[in-house]
Design a protein around this ligand. Sequence first.
Ligand code: NAD
Ligand code: UDP
Ligand code: UDP
Length: 318
Amino acid sequence: MRILVTGGAGFIGSHLVDRLMIEGHEVLVADNFYTGNKENLLSWLNHPRFELLRHDITQPLFVEVDQVYHLACPASPVHYQYNPVKTIKTNVLGTMNMLGLAKRVKARFLLASTSEVYGDPEIHPQTEDYRGSVNPIGIRSCYDEGKRVAETLSFDYHRQNNVDIRVARIFNTYGPRMIFNDGRVVSNFVVQALQGQPLTVYGEGRQTRSFCYVNELVDGLIRLMNGSFIGPVNLGNPGEFTILELAHLVLELTGSSSEITYRTLPKDDPRQRQPDITRAREILGWEPKISLREGLALMIDEFAQRLGQSGTGKNLLV
Ligand code: NAD
Ligand code: UDP
Ligand code: UDP
């Protein structure tokens, strides 16, 4: 198949491209390199079935493909809040362009939505029929509301124009290739521990997240794309941890003697998050098997290698 991956130079996108290339597809990546980079795709750059386009999806794109995995959008609060208006444009105009493309070429379209559509949830764990508790005017809204509109657009293109859609609600995902200054908690803690800097816990660290290893997440996306259920489907690992537990686990696995330091909790930071994955289990036969401990060990190895290559002297979080 000919497959377009928007955001394919990013963290999840590049792991997805690896799988699609290994499966023998023709893969086209459209990325503006805001948080992604060519190094993530180094193994494919000269491959005849692979093509990399520097393209901002807020502009129309005319290509012929059979499937679109729509991942383009910064995912870390630090990056999506840097230019919030741009984040909304990416989610609204960008998603509309990619749906327009899918409509024209009759391609199947998968949206990488997010657990953030549930906001600061009042039910726990979160099921797909929960409608969420999102602040429409807060600092996270450009992303949360952007993704909610992206879901609405997907379902309206489906109802109105028969576009064949799939909607995945992805929960916190981690693994190799996250950028050092990504700003998300797992990459921050791993870099801090490996560099002997204090681990920055926001608030008291009692808020929870549920972390899924990237390879398993990618497997869920591929199953959803190629099955018949349009979604939405939660994809995440139900193993739930407080941020303080995560910090201690990273310290244990790296053998680091870094201290833990406490910083102000950002506004609207969700207090708890855990996916109910009954639907993914039943419909996709999908369930994560890699524990946080196992996945972190794999990620720490890759980060240690990359940090070694770039020299450990400088502060890589800025
Ligand atoms: P990422 O920031 O590593 O990747 C996003 C990619 O999109 C980058 O390569 C970036 O350069 C590109 N991009 C951003 N704006 C663009 C634009 N206007 N035009 C073209 N390219 C653009 O993030 P990620 O973690 O790989 O996330 C991928 C997708 O999955 C995102 O849509 C994100 O919202 C979603 N998601 C991720 C997580 C997670 O924990 N990683 C959780 C929920 C949802
Ligand atoms: N679009 C695109 N690539 C295509 C087809 C459409 O980028 O192959 C864009 C198009 O420029 C438009 C958007 O997708 O801005 C929505 O397309 P649609 O056909 O739904 O709307 P219309 O063009 O009728 O306004
Ligand atoms: N967090 C933290 N220290 C950091 C980065 C993040 O304590 O250096 C916290 C953050 O406040 C949130 C959780 O970790 O409660 C997850 O943050 P992340 O940005 O990874 O993802 P999201 O909040 O979007 O789930």
